[in-house]
Ligand binder design. Structure first.
Ligand code: ZN
Length: 336
């Protein structure tokens, strides 16, 4: 393989030298010589080093290679990650052959509304990372093997996605003592046709564990397995209160009309289907250390991901909840 490549390379170099020698007078001929260079001798695209587009300025948007990934730098300790709302289906990336392929409808659009709502409310912007590739081309909420399935362009997009998150986390770590990472998703009807219209909050606690009673669940060994480990450490409230007490993320959302699991009202999924948080929640939350805690938000479509009006209502509730949750447990107001 290598030998053939070198021979072809040599040929193309000779062709190039020849074209230079014959000079400008026969430019037309020299162009023809260049055109016969076989395609497979074209050098593979070399990707620039991650971060080549830095520094990242507030109010600028960064898109990565081929605009597959979109990054909005922020200035508050909140990160919104949106891995499954993309639509781009480029020829250079074949469809993935295994894993989940379902798009989380409207999460791209809805998360933009959440971003704008937070900016209007707090006078400052959250960090936002969105995948614009359709999920069957890249799953940005899986490890690189399952995410990109050996396609180098998908893998590059995956690297960029997590690079931008890493950049946001570093900024937050250096400027704030805490942070919150929200991985935004959508869930559909259950296989049996029942559609749970509540938001599922993933803290890396499986549904079967959430279905245990408060006393059994409220232990340090459970707390340190969650993606909000650092937040529980900082909070004056006990683990179970942070998870599903009055000031929990779920109860706050529920109080604004968006039923959520877990919460005071709905402590666990009660045996039904539930998503407890994926790769991003595990990687970018505080279970394995760090000061940034993560929650996976799985929103149903009816009443939330449905249209401009429902996006707006949900965004407004989320901004209120994030502010209150942050204040209760991390002891600072988001708004300046
Ligand atoms: Zn999803």
């Amino acid at each position: 393989m290598k030998k053939i490549y070198l021979n072809k390379m040599t040929l193309s170099i000779l062709a190039l030298i020849f074209s230079i020698i014959i000079g400008c007078e026969e430019a037309k001929e020299s162009e023809e010589v260049v055109e016969i260079v076989p395609k497979d001798t074209v050098k593979e695209e070399v990707f620039p080093v991650l971060g080549h587009d830095a520094p990242y300025y507030l109010d600028s948007v960064y898109y990565g290679r081929e605009e597959y990934i979109e990054y909005h730098p922020g200035n508050i300790p909140i990160i919104l990650s949106v891995p499954h709302g993309g639509w781009i289906i480029p020829d250079e990336i074949p469809d993935r052959t295994y894993g989940t392929m379902v798009t989380d409808d409207n999460t791209y659009q809805m998360s933009k509304v959440i971003m704008d709502t937070m900016e209007a409310r707090f006078g400052s912007k959250p960090y936002v990372i969105l995948c614009r590739l359709k999920r069957r081309k890249l799953d940005a909420n899986r490890d690189s093997t399952e995410a990109a399935q050996e396609n180098r362009f998908a893998h590059r997009a995956w690297q960029e996605y997590h690079h931008y998150i890493g950049t946001a986390k570093k900024k937050i770590e250096s400027e704030f003592g805490s942070g919150l990472f929200l991985d935004i998703h959508g869930h559909g009807a259950n296989p049996d046709g029942y559609y749970d219209l509540r938001t599922w909050l993933g803290y890396l606690m499986p549904g079967s564990v959430l279905d245990q009673n408060d006393e059994t669940l409220n232990t340090n060994s459970n707390a340190i397995k969650t993606s909000i480990r650092a937040l529980v450490d900082t909070s004056d409230f006990s683990f179970i209160e942070v998870l599903r007490g009055q000031h929990s993320f779920g109860s706050l959302l529920d109080s604004l009309g968006f039923g959520s699991v877990p919460s005071k009202k709905y402590p666990g999924p009660d045996g039904s289907r539930f998503f407890s948080g994926g790769y991003n929640t595990a990687r970018h939350g505080s279970r394995d250390g760090g000061i940034i805690s993560a929650i996976q938000i799985e929103a149903p479509k009816p009443g939330i991901r449905q249209n401009q009006q429902t996006w707006s209502n949900y965004a407004s509730a989320l901004a209120t909840v994030v502010d209150e949750y942050y204040f209760r447990h991390l002891k600072r107001r988001i708004r300046n």
